[in-house]
Design a protein around this ligand. Sequence first.
Ligand SMILES: [Mg+2]
Length: 356
Amino acid sequence: MTAISRIDLQRLDIPLREPFVISLETIEHARNILVRIETADGITGFGECSPYRTIAGETQDSAYEVGKLLAQALKGLDALNIEGCIAAMDRTIAGNRCIKSAFDMALYDIAARRAGLPLYAFLGGANDRELYTDMTVSLGEPAKMAADAEKFLAAGFKAIKVKVGGRTEEDVERIRAIREAVGYGTPLTIDANQAWNVVTAVRTLRALDVYRIDYCEAPVHAADLYGLAEVKARSPIPVMADESLFDHRDAVRHVRMDACDYFNIKLAKSGGIHNALKIAAIAEAAGIPCQIGCFSESRIASSAFAHFALARRIVRHYDLDSPLMLAEDPVKGGVRYEKGGRIVVGEEVGIGGSLL
Ligand SMILES: [Mg+2]
């Protein structure tokens, strides 16, 4: 028994270098929550989440308030009984996956630290792959988007993700400008963040086929799984489920309905590592390769994401660029971001990151 003796919540506000524009909203500040859990035998674990109101249905304020309820529910429980802790959180309040993921992360940090292992090893993985994050171009005017893409290419990034989600002609113009700027040697993916209906999605993806797009995230509304399945069936560009896929139950629905070619796993959607491992298992069984994605987390959470990626081979795409968009890095330890988006995972125990 490793009893949870103390839990602290902290707001973590960090400005972004530039506004991050997606079809759903514009983010200028990361307004995150940090969770710090201590055990009676002296181990401290850290977790972090970044609530996006239009996707998670949570804000920093709501996450902070719900976090207080979750902290009450967990006090005195065995930190190593992660399944029991998650059940206690789910009994306390439905949904609220984003703030729950920060608690889950801190619990896994504690478990891995107690085992004396880096998180990837605690989860049964190996630090035997090179991780390179893509870099995301915000939604905007084609010329500005092309200039951003060119800048990322010059900085050495190996893959570029592009936010889209307008009329067909607008999105085609954006991608045409970007391909003209960066050529065809760089893998390009796009993300509509649910902006299209089925007709627009199919028409746009057919028009974009000549620009060699690896896959498109979230073409239609998150609730429209039938629509997603139809887009998948009719689009020449593969489809990745993102906002429609929160937890493992959603993963089963996507598989049953043959609704997508790829999963985008985010701990803030699944409720943390515990459920994300279940999604990865379903993906592996169904033959669906996964991306690990992010919101606007600092290197505390992004370290956990990188460890998770190393723990499951079905995770093959890395969209972990959020720390690169932040104007400050208040994190000590954790993964290192090198030139060109290479993410180096060290051998520190646990997740490795803590606040300065
Ligand atoms: Mg997405």
